[in-house]
Design a protein around this ligand. Structure first.
Ligand SMILES: Cc1cc2nc3c(=O)[nH]c(=O)nc-3n(C[C@H](O)[C@H](O)[C@H](O)COP(=O)(O)OP(=O)(O)OC[C@H]3O[C@@H](n4cnc5c(N)ncnc54)[C@H](O)[C@@H]3O)c2cc1C
Length: 362
């Protein structure tokens, strides 16, 4: 077999997950080939890239939050050094309470030592200086920001391609042939395959037993059309508004659990604009210039799926990052690399083997 067609790892999907995993494996000297269908269903190309360590109504956090934030800073900084452009933008967030109940959730979190650096001052409605509607007040949140995901993926795509590590192709499961020595796809032979194909893994015959819970979402891009004051930080209430480059804003996001398409709809747009009307003092100052949609690769227990198929040691999954890929993928890409190369155990919460009983039932 010619070494030109032999790889240690064949990665399916060049979203944020496949890109960072390929990069980390290459740093460790492994021969990697990534196959991607031109981002046909890449949620990474749709996402706003928000970094928000305190998710949801109750401001919960992962026990790994400081590991994640450490790797966010380091990974995106390292990539910025390679590319000569910044991908990560730290920007504080103004979190708006939606009810008195949420004020109580905040007070409960406020006492926790491990997240005291994330929580800023509580603000009563009259002390909020951003041009927003905040009847219940809110609080300042730190270590938040956003990642320029499409630019980052463009850079990583170039980086991979110039090293012969990326090909444009749509992979059909049927074309993957398992042999004793590895796997074959057309003229390619690889010792291992890692699926980083986003929500489409739910249809993968080897991994469809896992409890995927795809979450379709729509997002708008807006531009100012008047000189009325607009926020200069991330605003997060029932919806969120993010100031991005070129004085544009992104407004998000909807969640539909019964759809798996990338169609932006009038209904979705109306819902988002109604949310913005309740968020801003001067919503008429913004005009929609673009609507996007995609499917978040979410899971039923809201933890990612990392690891190796229980019966096929050459098949692996690096997936299930839900709505928080920009924050968690950098750290998990290192954990996955350590697992693949050194068999260092994966974190229990993320190891797909936690669901192995479902395989027996399927
Ligand atoms: C509306 C919306 C808003 C979001 N906002 C945020 C946010 O603010 N912050 C955040 O962190 N996350 C956000 N997300 C989630 C984020 O997009 C994901 O967590 C993350 O990008 C997932 O990356 P991935 O690489 O696992 O999957 P993907 O980005 O979906 O990449 C999978 C890739 O594999 C390719 N592929 C699939 N199957 C095949 C095949 N058979 N052959 C070849 N190629 C294939 C796809 O085309 C794609 O390029 C949002 C998602 C949506 C939809």
């Amino acid at each position: 077999m010619s070494s030109a067609t032999h790889y240690d790892y064949l990665i399916i999907g060049q979203g944020l997950a496949g890109s960072l995993l390929a990069w980390r494996l290459a740093q460790k000297g492994r021969r990697v080939l990534v196959l991607d269908d031109g981002h046909a269903t890449a949620s990474s190309m749709v996402a706003a890239g928000l970094i928000n360590p305190l998710a949801g109504m109750r401001f919960n956090h992962s026990p790994f939050i400081h590991h994640w934030l450490g790797d966010v800073a380091q990974t995106y900084h390292e990539l910025a050094g390679l590319a000569g452009e910044e991908f990560l933008q730290w920007l504080d967030m103004l979190r708006l309470f939606r009810s008195p109940e949420q004020q109580r959730f905040f007070e409960r979190q406020k006492g926790k030592k491990e997240i005291e650096d994330l929580l800023g001052a509580r603000l009563e409605a009259e002390n909020i200086t951003q041009p927003v509607q905040a009847p219940w007040g809110g609080f300042e949140q730190h270590h938040t920001g956003w990642v320029r995901l499409p630019r980052l993926l463009e850079f990583l795509s170039r980086w991979l391609r110039t090293r012969g590590m990326l090909r444009n192709a749509t992979v059909s499961w049927k074309e993957l042939e398992m042999r004793q020595s590895g796997l074959c796809w057309k003229d390619i032979h690889a010792s291992h395959v890692v699926f980083c194909d986003g929500y489409r893994s739910m249809h993968n015959p080897w991994f469809s037993w896992l409890p995927f819970a795809p979450d379709q979402g729509e997002i708008l891009t807006l531009k100012p059309v008047s000189s009325a004051p607009l926020p200069d930080r991330i605003i997060n209430g029932a919806n969120w508004l993010l100031p991005v480059d070129d004085h544009h804003f992104r407004l998000g996001a909807t969640h539909y659990h019964d759809r798996q398409d990338n169609l932006a709809t009038q209904t979705g747009q109306q819902r988002l604009l109604q949310g913005m009307n309740k968020l801003l003092l001067y919503p008429e100052a913004l005009e929609v210039i673009r609507a996007d949609a995609g499917v978040r690769p979410a899971t039923s227990d809201r933890q990612p799926f990392l690891g190796t198929h229980p019966q096929h040691r050459r098949l692996h999954l690096f997936n299930g990052f839900g709505a928080h890929g920009s924050l968690s993928i950098p750290w998990y890409a290192r954990r996955m690399t350590d697992w693949l190369i050194e068999q260092r155990p994966l974190p229990d919460n993320a190891d797909l083997l936690r669901h192995r009983n479902l395989l027996l039932k399927s």
